[in-house]
Design a binder for this molecule. Structure first.
Ligand code: CAA
Length: 391
């Protein structure tokens, strides 16, 4: 299997590494040798760590020998599959897809790792829109097991099936959306976590550290919400927020993320965001207070409401949402499983309380209201998003 990966930044180099680890022949394309050499170092560093931990048996050099780097698209002339991972600028994607469409064999699939641009818009740039699909990886790709598969309204069923298979061959767990929605599942839910975290702070109810302490210590998430925003990149956060809201999702007033971006404090990549990191590009876990007054159900309330919306609209089911959050964000349990444990009545009360203060985005979803009114309040009642047996 031959794969081209275009763009060797945070996501691109990780995707190339994952494909090579799975035994595929990889062509990694970028615009300059400086960028490609930096990507080579990052792949080697990551492969060394994986080798030392015993996650991979092959030596880093053996894996690297399957990756050919180039500043020319010509290396993609015989690939079976191409994955684009360049910055989220439609004009840039347009150029990349025109090139790929020209060079890559006509029967091959073109995938995009975009986290926010509609797949249909990207497909329309090419002469093979039925062969264009979203393949959304998570940072860092070598560690995160999830790949969201997003067929556009043009993508053929065969192409979707082949992409699901490719993700599995890469050692990933695919979650396929039935219908494309802006932000897919992952970033719609991520946006809601970001919005509530921001509301907590900007309304004066909690500090950044308290929100993150509650996320890490009470919900047992691997990172706090602001810490994760720093890790993803605050420019990426602001972009995905804008795209999802512009395309119809409700907004929550918030200036914290944008102010950071205006100050060029983009998070881990620049060494400073909400927290300070050892060096640009170098993440280390942030220190947080052990105690926090922020109730965990409030932090996830808006995200759970979004989950209910996704189910109501038949985009994915509860299990799929939970797979996305466990394997894409390393949640210890699924979001809806956590909600069931905390109590859907408590989640609904949190939403209603914030909604009553004029925050429209917190208007409870009809599904959640119905569940609670029927006594399906989660694990303690035997039924919530899941059904529980008697213990
Ligand atoms: N390659 C190989 N190994 C890596 C690595 C990489 N890129 N990054 C970290 N590791 C290894 C470390 O070397 C360390 O190994 P040992 O245990 O052997 O020492 C191990 O992973 C744990 O790393 P750390 O000690 O640095 O820190 P940690 O325990 O906090 O784990 C983390 C780091 C895995 C990233 C974890 O914090 C986590 O899961 N965070 C959530 C990440 C997340 O949510 N990602 C999704 C973001 S959203 C997105 O990507 C999509 C979008 O469109 C925005």
């Amino acid at each position: 299997m031959r794969i081209a990966v275009v763009g060797s930044g945070t996501m691109g180099h990780g995707i190339a590494e994952v494909a090579a680890m799975a035994g595929m022949e990889v062509k990694l394309i970028d615009i300059s040798w400086d960028i490609l050499n930096r990507a080579k170092e990052r792949m080697l560093d990551s492969l060394k760590r994986l080798h030392e931990r015993g996650t991979i048996r092959e030596t880093p050099d053996t894996v690297m020998s399957r990756i050919e780097m180039s500043v020319s698209y010509d290396v993609a002339k015989d690939v079976d599959f191409a994955i684009e991972a360049v910055p989220e600028i439609l004009d840039l994607k347009r150029k990349v897809f025109q090139e790929l469409d020209r060079v890559v064999p006509k029967e091959s699939i073109l995938a995009t790792n975009t986290s926010s641009i509609p797949i249909s818009d990207i497909g329309e740039i090419t002469s093979r829109k039925e062969k264009v699909i979203g393949m959304h990886f998570f940072n860092p790709p070598p560690l995160m097991k999830l790949v969201e598969i997003i067929p556009s309204k043009y993508t053929s069923e065969d192409v979707t099936r082949s992409t699901v298979e490719l993700a599995k061959k890469m050692g990933k767990t695919p979650v396929r959306l039935r219908v494309e929605v802006p932000g897919f599942v992952s970033n719609r839910i991520f946006l809601r976590l970001l919005q509530e975290a921001c509301r907590e702070v900007e309304s004066g109810e909690a500090t950044i550290e308290e929100v993150d302490s509650s996320a890490r210590n009470k919900l047992k998430l691997p990172m706090g919400i602001f810490e994760l925003a720093d890790y993803v990149g605050l420019d990426v956060v602001v972009d995905l927020w804008k795209v999802i809201v512009e395309r119809g999702a409700s907004d929550v007033k918030c200036s914290s993320y944008k102010e950071k971006v205006d100050r060029k404090e983009l998070g881990v990549k620049t060494g400073k965001g909400f927290y300070t990191y050892p060096a640009p590009g170098k993440y280390s876990k942030v220190s947080l207070p052990a105690e926090s007054k922020v109730p965990p159900e409030r932090i996830i309330s808006l995200a759970v409401n979004e989950g209910a919306w996704l189910i109501e609209n038949n985009i994915v089911n509860a299990e799929e949402i939970d797979t996305v959050m466990r394997l894409g964000f390393n949640f210890p349990k699924g979001l809806l499983e956590i909600a069931d444990e905390l109590g859907l009545d408590k989640i609904l009360n949190a939403l209603r309380e914030i909604n009553s203060r004029g925050y429209e985005a917190y208007s409870p979803s009809p599904l959640l209201v119905k569940m609670v009114s029927q006594g399906q309040t989660g694990k303690s009642s035997g039924r919530g998003f899941y059904t529980y047996g008697k213990t």
